[in-house]
Design a protein around this ligand. Structure first.
Ligand code: ZN
Length: 356
């Protein structure tokens, strides 16, 4: 017997915490449910959502705008959206501390359990509580002496993307450009290379999702951990700068890392358009391509819930049931479903967090 809410889904990326920073969500509304955004507790239960990475992200406008500056801009036949200015450490750290505080409040309120090991994640699945792992998307809040890295690690941080797309002192990111390869500029700085070593030492996962190709190669040359793209898709299907070429996928496979499928329509659709009217079948084409190049043990999900425009048929967390249905109709076995929904994340995190 199959069930549309299982296997439970562990997910590579969401921007849920940003909604609190923008004052568009309260803890009570998150627990009771709301008709805004894509994530809350009732919809998590309805969709069989087991948890994932919760991003600490500093908006370029430092929270002064209601929504991302990307809204509706990725709808020209070709585009290259200007990136926001660099953010200073003393601005970034305030935003990040506020988001960590929200995460801790969500934990106290019973919305999620903060996890720092795969044992924690599996126990949360068992208890029916969302498993939350703290991730930093863009390392603006990390100082050059890595004191904040040490402190945030102690607070539960277990994954870092050295850059979101705008530049940081650690490196340069990939722009929101279509069509384009990810080969768009210089890669990691010397300090960025040091950050990779520090993260390896602590057992913090490194996320290449927003790095450009040069930064990706710089990281790959240094890291001793599996290379992970938490929320990226196949460039062979959608030639967006944010997506990964077959060459990059081969490097990830070589490192025994993985890729989480991003639900953002602009990174799924071959035409790169921010149009949510899209056949769910296209998500399966990306999954198939990722599995062809990475193997079926190195692919998972990385939705970008609360951070992107996603297919209308999925709409929010409750729509994960429709994704499972589509995966089964496409012929994926139950064994493969379990790997894609959470098993591969657990496998890679065990290695990355040095549990084996
Ligand atoms: Zn992102």
């Amino acid at each position: 017997m199959t069930n549309t809410t299982s296997p439970i889904i562990f997910d590579g990326h969401n921007d849920f915490l940003l909604r609190f920073y923008r004052n568009s969500l309260t803890i009570t509304a998150a627990l009771e449910g709301t008709d805004t955004g894509q994530m809350d507790l009732p919809r998590a239960k309805a969709g069989g959502f087991g948890g994932g990475f919760y991003a600490l992200y500093v908006p370029g406008d430092l929270g002064n705008e209601a929504r991302s500056s990307f809204e509706g801009k990725m709808n020209q036949p070709t585009y290259d959206i200007p990136l926001p200015e660099e953010v200073e450490w003393n601005d970034a750290i305030k935003v990040v501390l506020s988001e960590v505080a929200t995460f801790k409040k969500l934990e106290k309120a019973g919305f999620l359990t903060g996890c720092t090991s795969t044992k924690d994640i599996l126990a949360a699945f068992e208890h029916g509580v969302i498993a939350g792992v703290l991730h930093m998307e863009g390392a603006e809040a990390i100082d050059a002496d890595f004191a904040t890295l040490e402190v945030l690690y102690a607070a539960g941080l277990r994954s870092i993307g050295p850059v979101w797309s705008r530049p940081t002192q650690f490196g340069h990111g990939v722009p929101f450009r279509y069509p384009s390869t990810g080969d768009t500029g210089p890669g990691l700085t010397e300090l960025g290379k040091k950050l990779v070593t520090e993260c390896n030492r602590l057992g913090i996962m490194l996320d290449v999702s927003h790095l450009n190709e040069k930064g990706f190669d710089d990281l790959a040359a240094i890291t001793n951990a599996p290379i992970v793209a938490t929320h990226s898709n196949a460039h062979a299907i959608c030639p967006h700068a944010r997506n990964l070429t077959d060459r990059q996928l081969a490097v990830i496979a070589e490192s025994d890392g993985m890729v989480g499928l991003n639900f953002a329509v602009a990174f799924l659709r071959p035409d790169g358009q921010q149009d949510v009217n899209m056949d769910i079948e296209l998500m399966l084409r990306h999954l198939d391509h990722l599995m062809e190049t990475l193997g079926e043990n190195r692919v998972g999900l990385g939705s970008d819930f609360d951070g992107a425009d996603i297919p209308e048929t999925i709409k929010d967390l409750s729509g994960l049931t429709r994704l499972r249905e589509a995966m089964r109709q496409h012929g994926y076995s139950e064994d493969l479903m379990a790997k894609l929904c959470h098993g591969n994340w657990i496998r890679v995190l065990k290695k990355t967090w040095k549990e084996m």
